[in-house]
Design a protein. Sequence first.
Length: 117
Amino acid sequence: MTDATVFERSTLANLVAYIDEHLRLAPSLSDMSVRVGLSPGHFARKFRHSTGLSLHRFINRRRIGKSLELLKANTSTLTGAALDLGFASQSHFTRLFSDHTGMTPAKYRKQFRQAVG
């Protein structure tokens, strides 16, 4: 892979920061490609080479990561966390969370509470 096939470190960091700031309304491929002046197809290829994931999967991973923080902090309901992070429903959130962590959000929260308290 040549350097031209991946984003520069600073560009990727800026893209990730933008994604993190907009998790609720996940930026589209078109939105992101415009930010760096590339066609959506070229952006998608370059993003996948840079991160190993499609934009959609990357965003979902960031959402799940943020949900871990929210569940640890116990600051919102499961439905609230799901909607705040841009998931279509609590069931969609639960399915993706389970796929990524091997447990449901409720079980994770309960397990974390027991570990700390």
